[in-house]
Design a protein around this ligand. Sequence first.
Ligand SMILES: Nc1nc2c(ncn2[C@@H]2O[C@H](COP(=O)(O)OP(=O)(O)OP(=O)(O)O)[C@@H](O)[C@H]2O)c(=O)[nH]1
Ligand SMILES: [Mg+2]
Length: 633
Amino acid sequence: MDRHVVVGTAGHIDHGKTALVKALTGVDTDRLEEERRRGITIDLGFAPLRLGDVAASVVDVPGHEGFIRNMVAGATGVDLALLVVAADEGVMPQTTEHLAILRFLGVGRGVVALTKCDLAPDAAWRELVAEEIGAKVAAAFGRAWPIVEVSAVAGTGLEALKQALAEEARSLAARAVDDRFRLPVDRAFALAGAGTIVTGTLWSGTAAAGDRLLVLPAGVEARVRSIEVHGEAAARAEPGRRVALALVGVSRDQVERGAVVVGGEGWTASRTMDVSLTMLPEAAPRLRPRVRVRVHHGTAEVLARVVLPPDADARAAHVPARLVLESPLVARAGDRFVLRSYSPLTTIGGGTVVDPGNWGGEEARGRRRKAVPIPSLPATDAELVALLVRRRGPQGLARPELEVAAGMDRTRLAAAVAAALSAGLVEAEGWLVTAEEVDALAGRLSEALDRFHADHPLEAGMPIQSWRASVGKVPRALGDLAERDLAAGGRAHKDTALVRRAGWAPHLRGEAAELRQTLLASLKSAGAEPPSVGELAAQHPGSDVGGLLRLMAREGLVVAVGKDRFYEAGALQAERERIVMLLTELGSATPAALRDRLGRSRKWLIPFLEWCDTEGITLRRGDQRVLGSAPRP
Ligand SMILES: Nc1nc2c(ncn2[C@@H]2O[C@H](COP(=O)(O)OP(=O)(O)OP(=O)(O)O)[C@@H](O)[C@H]2O)c(=O)[nH]1
Ligand SMILES: [Mg+2]
């Protein structure tokens, strides 16, 4: 199978990038009228390039310092750089700036084209230029890039250049396909009959016609009508290719350069993210707290303020920092970005996303506390997973959100999660949280139960609903984990409606025992017309009459009939016998007839009859009651 690779040009203005792309591919990528008139590249150009078994696609970028934003949008996601240096001029400011941008974007492989060699025929001079650029590349990437002498005008060196590119392409590791689809959009336009077309270098994942994707930050769902890869119709879009998608469901004005098309659940745009920054040495003094910068991420450019920890050292190789974004970005951990100063427009640094944000609990609390610690770049995948989960506190992270946030393909993530699970993370039904959160919640539930037992010594247990409510709003899965821990540790015992401490038994103390006797006596003497709980409570202010009656019910001394009334057990039994006798005699009777025969007002009769119905003593048949299936007393 063919190898695919995206090659991005880089280099100072007028050094011959576009001329070289044309010499290699036959395509003049400077198509804009203004580009032709001014003889410079302004926006990105694209051209396919066949390199034997390697199908390359070239993104041609402008060198003009005023169009760096377009250069970054073109360089993002490319596999290989084609760094163009004019042999007659040598290294110039944007040669250096583009190199820095490639480094910050993680484009570490490439080929140097020493072009315009027809204008610098002096071999010694060319050697000097090659040496200078070679040293800069080695310093930036820790490795040498092949340097090929060419001339776009004379057509020399082109074969050697193609060969060098093909060789570099073949040595690249293949991109994982079991990852989330993410396409930073570098162009969007409407095409009659096809819908909205978006193009970009596909960062990760795959998509096929018919797939449903999401356009962010607009949040619009779209369906893929058709796909082109490297300019040809294709069934699938695969990572590391130039891709054009025809989308249905999104209008042209909902998507532009800077948007991102993503697949699957769990994606959100963030307003705040934590990063690891690397400043260019000469720009380090400009990194001050709250400094306003431009963040170039994917094809997007947004303004942001940099929040630094109090002890930040801007000259360190990795400075932990928080970016407070003025417009949302769709990021994953591990994403690279470039920082440019607000003014003047120069590249000052770049870095790696550590936590793309949207971290729920901690973020919300942190805003109040004003100080959420900014983490350093974790050393391992497992530590990153643990960090992302821990920072979301009791909210934890569901798998889809973790897949997005961690920025790992599924194979890599599975290994990272497995390692994190053996080091203090807990998973329940695809949802991850730290063991500390589970312990903390279990502790709070345990305290709530203790408090309830202390306040309600007469109750058999705490209603499970109020137990859960006592700790506030927590994710159900976290609650389940904590409850399971408490049950497994023998600290809580649940039945259908109540929870209690293992071994808990309701108990009566002095006065309550007396009150029980009093209540029992009044209920007994009231017979089949007992007072309500409220009436009894009014007679005994300050006592837990309701709790006591429920305890007595559990002891079998009294029976609840209706919502707020208890009968003394013997009195209820007598009334029950009366109604059975009556219905045996009458066969069936309306409540009115029963009221007359029993001599009870509706206040007692109706709840009593309903109780009889639920006990199976009586049965409703239309407006009549007949005997039910319960055994006769
Ligand atoms: N003699 C000579 N001239 C060249 C060569 N390559 C490019 N040129 C000339 O250099 C000028 C600039 O070339 P471009 O290809 O537009 O330069 P560029 O790097 O694309 O410039 P920007 O995109 O604006 O940054 C043009 O006039 C080209 O004809 C070469 O190999 N030899
Ligand atoms: Mg050009």
